[in-house]
Design a protein around this ligand. Structure first.
Ligand code: F0G
Length: 443
């Protein structure tokens, strides 16, 4: 039983606290929230987590999220008592996180020039993306506070995941999507799982504003990654990677960057594990932006007004962020990439992302659409499936090796965030012999 678990503002100078039962995505001063645990989980749990993989038909042991339930016990349940946790935790029959762990993919390794590269296909989650890790925990919280309708904005995968869990838990779901900018395989999932789709003219950032406005007007329950309970579930992506490495951290963990929920959850999991004495070294995070949606890259690397935006121990220069957003609005700069999953210009978790980067001495790079497609194709040639946004990971690793930021003998874990849900992208890629890894059809 964990006592004293609460929601806490991330900004050290603010630090407002709220009970777990509060429904909110920010503190009263408008800052993002963390879930804070009072107790330190004992390292002997490592052995228990491993044993749970032999799950004996307990779906919460089968689940790659709830297998680690002691490290995300915001429900404050007795984690050993099946009767208690089975009443509280939301799972799609134990499927979330069950198949995702780091794999060697030799062709990707050879291409990027790195022996110790492991790639973790989070697309092998029930709705086909990493979102299920955090959605199972967010919907658990929603049920804990007696919510019967959830709401989100999405470039497609969040809405698919939210709709899937809502259908399975028999609750309602509204999804706000940028009209015409969502992969057909993702949109079809939202419809198929019975969600109400609301099309917004504009991009993801506009859809998020509209959904947050609606949620605040009607007291709706938002399941985007600004919900701190989403972040808790996504920590298990890191737990599974580390478990596979016997809890010996790699040198790097690499993600594509969109709204920066993943970056935030990776940072939080590493901060906690290090503080708890579970790991002795902190891996560096590398975030890979698309060139067409590169706000973090631009601000982090001093490409706007020569300011290198940093968390700065909790005193980030928020004015430069506002200034850049105003500059984009004024000049009609809209995010544009074929990797629509990460077609985001105003990452809602930017401050948590900066905190994660500072804590881990992280870096931010950017890659082109062509590089992402090559990365995606190469993952496919290893017999694994991923979408274009996930192709940013091999592409980004290659770039960072060429720049000698990642060293050739480093160990790197890259997260392949989603499965292919736009069949036209690989079909078009392979039909065009100009593409590096194309295998055009014979006539
Ligand atoms: N990769 C995929 C496949 C995604 O769907 C997303 C985000 C990201 C990467 C970026 O992750 O936001 O944690 O930095 N998709 C969201 C959605 C925005 O609505 O499905 P992030």
């Amino acid at each position: 039983m964990q006592s004293g678990t609460l929601q806490k503002c991330i900004e050290p100078t603010c630090g407002l606290e709220y009970p777990i039962s509060d429904i909110r995505i920010e503190c009263d001063r408008g800052h993002l929230l963390d879930i804070k645990y009072k107790d330190t989980p004992h390292t002997s749990l490592k052995e228990i987590f491993y044993k749970r993989r032999n799950h004996s038909n307990d779906i919460f042991n089968e689940s790659g999220v709830w297998r680690f339930r002691e490290l995300l016990n915001f429900c404050q349940i007795d984690t050993e008592n099946f009767g208690e946790y089975s009443k509280c935790l939301v799972s799609l029959d134990g499927a979330e996180g069950r198949l995702s762990k780091p794999y060697h993919m030799s062709k990707v390794s050879d291409y990027v020039g790195l022996k110790n590269l492991l790639l973790q296909p989070e697309g092998y989650n029930p709705s086909g993306s990493f979102k299920d890790n955090g959605m199972s925990t967010a919907v658990t919280h929603a049920k804990l506070v007696n919510i019967n309708k959830i709401i989100c904005a999405s470039t497609g995968n969040t809405s698919a995941s939210a709709a899937m869990y809502a259908a399975n838990e028999n609750i309602e779901c509204d999804v706000y999507i940028p009209a015409g900018e969502v992969a057909p395989g993702k949109l079809s999932q939202a419809f198929q799982f019975g969600a109400q789709v609301i099309e917004i003219k504009g991009n993801f950032d506009d859809a998020l504003s509209a959904s947050l406005k609606k949620a605040s007007e009607v007291g709706g329950y938002t399941v985007n990654s600004v919900n701190p309970f989403r972040i808790e579930g996504q920590k298990t992506i890191v737990f599974r990677a580390l478990e596979q490495l016997d809890w010996n951290p790699p040198d790097w963990i690499v993600y594509p960057g969109g709204a920066l929920g993943n970056t935030s959850s990776c940072g939080k999991s590493l901060m906690e594990l290090y503080e708890w004495g579970w790991i002795k070294k902190i891996p560096r995070i590398a975030v890979v932006n698309s060139e067409g949606a590169n706000t973090l890259y631009t601000l982090y690397n001093g490409k706007f007004e020569d300011t290198n935006l940093r968390w700065n121990k909790g005193k980030p220069d928020v004015e430069i962020i506002k200034k850049y957003y105003a500059y984009m609005d004024r000049n009609g700069i809209r995010p544009k990439t074929k990797a629509t999953a990460i077609q985001i210009a105003k990452p809602a978790n930017i401050l948590k992302g900066l905190r994660a980067l500072e804590y881990t001495n992280g870096v931010v790079t950017q890659v082109s659409d062509q590089e992402m497609m090559d990365g995606m194709a190469l993952v496919g040639l290893n017999g694994f499936d991923c979408e274009m946004a996930s192709g940013a990971v091999p592409a980004g690793v290659k770039k960072l090796i060429v720049q000698e930021i990642i060293k050739k003998d480093d160990t790197v874990v890259g997260i392949l965030t989603g499965r292919q849900k736009d069949a036209s992208i690989p079909v078009d890629y392979h039909k065009n012999p100009q593409n590096r890894f194309a295998n055009p059809p014979r006539t």
